[in-house]
Design a protein around this ligand. Sequence first.
Ligand code: ADP
Length: 632
Amino acid sequence: MKKKLFSILLVLAMCLSLTTVAFADVSYGTYTGTAMGRNGEVVVETSFLNGEIVSVTIVSQSETAGVADPALETLPIEIVENQSIGLDAVTGATFTSTAILEAVASCIKQAGGDLEEWSKKIVKEAGEDIELTADVVVIGAGGAGMSAAAVAGASGASVILIDKAAAVGGNTILCGGSYNAADPEVQKNEPISEAQRKELASYLEMDEADFGDFGPTLAILKEQVAEYLDSGADYLFDSIELHMIQSYTGSKRTGLDGTVIVPDFELISSLCHNALDGWHWLQSIGVPTREDLTTAVGALWKRTHQVEVPPTGAKPLTDALRDYVLSQGVEIMLNTKAKEFIVEDGVVTGVLAEKNDGTKVILHSNHGVVLATGGYAGNVQMCVEYNNYWPDLTTSARTDNSSNAQGDGIKMAEAIGANTIGLGFVQMLPTCTALDGQAGKGVGSKIYVNKEGLRYISENSERDVLSKAALAQTDGVFYGVGDAEMIATQGETKINESEAMGYIFIGDTLEEVAEKAGVDAEALIETVKKYNEYVDAQEDPEFGRYAFSNKIETAPFVIAPMSPALHHTMGGVQINTDTQVIDTNGNPIPGLYAAGEVCGGIHAGNRLGGNAVADAIVHGRVAGANALAFER
Ligand code: ADP
């Protein structure tokens, strides 16, 4: 378990000078309290002297790096300063905050204190209004907002970037750091399998007439594929057109009401044409990246570039973005929630926001405003309300999102006439932990089996297809099975952390690991034997898988129990390729730009795995540049 020590030791003199009221009922001494956080136990020590809390120390915790830090750092101080646990949770770190407050409550109880007195609500007072002007105002400091702020800042503009959370990163910090971009130079080093050749050949049979706006793209792809197959090349084929066509087929879906939703051709074209440049830009600003390519879950092709991330999320990505943004002179205002746009003569000229103590923040922009507030998969109620895809979605569905993903920006934009697209389409990520519904905690796997030890789907399928199939298995749980290769690619540290957290099981034999994970061992051994034969034959007669891993054959073996959770909302405000927000009459709203998950239309009914970060970076950069270029 990762251990961090946040210690606040206040000298006695300071304690005595506190103006807040203490309750003399607590006994002198240091007590230990424990409560469950997001990832496990949070252990806290609280010291009492002369009826006051003199220190709160986090002894151990395994909370999500970056997301939980503001709570771990500020709450112990605030408890001592206010001599109370009647404090609000830190925005975006609710689980961790609650755990700290509960653990300190336990200490107060052990010390004989009256919990009711110590829990009296601390009401923060609003400060004086803050009124500022910048060239560009950006709302939301996730991947899209930080990219927009970075680009505008790098052009020498003054930029204010606000976020309602206590730390930057949004949902982007929780992702696996997967980024799709066709990169034929790098893919020349990747072998192509027979099954992938067959998959490519299948495009030759497809009819342009079935592809709407994407018909001409399919025609180009067919020419590329024919030439490639004729050449007898043995490296992995890829092209911008293949990425576009897979983004089309992977996201064209029919809603429960029969509506067919397809992705916006122009936006997909812009995403796929600019993704590689966006990746190189990330590398140029210091984001740590891996050299090898992967296939993100539901990515459909091996074109996923990887940010170097630990199992605890994509903090290295958002840290690097934040550092670059700050180096470009951008002012970041945290704990600042946008409430509404300032609109003058039909032009968006700023934002009205509020600090978490109620202080009013009025921000004016000389040029444009960028909306990058992310999606609403943290708002299960809203997902259920709009749902037009999942037959049995209820408010008991799990989400892997930050609680900040509430759809604020969509509502703000709708209030000034913005059009929305596809709000009924929410993606469930199949590979969330069965333990707590979090994403990105696994270590990769070669096949998926159910509790009975049987495969039930082609692992190459799209995320919605995988999720639907997984939910139909016993307990709605499935098991990713891997071997020593996972340990080699993920590194021992990541594997050990995931095992310690209970996200994976490891065993020297398939039998041992199956028993640990609660999977039928005999059936699993048979399933693995069959799969290994399919790898040899490069053909999966059962489920039609077309991209195979190596065989599962080298100990130690790994099993990760997983279950789908709400993950990404495809619906949102309509934008054009200049990232201008479009109103319900089809016209751009002057001064307002949007990027990232707050936007709808690009991922239609199901986003390809690995397309979200690429979209946030590509269109975030466009939004930053265009908001700065906007003149009234
Ligand atoms: P994306 O990168 O696709 O934009 P993220 O979820 O990574 O998505 O980032 C969205 C950010 O927007 C989060 O950090 C979230 O806290 C922030 N946010 C959401 N609503 C508001 C709001 N009303 N005011 C300010 N920030 C907001």
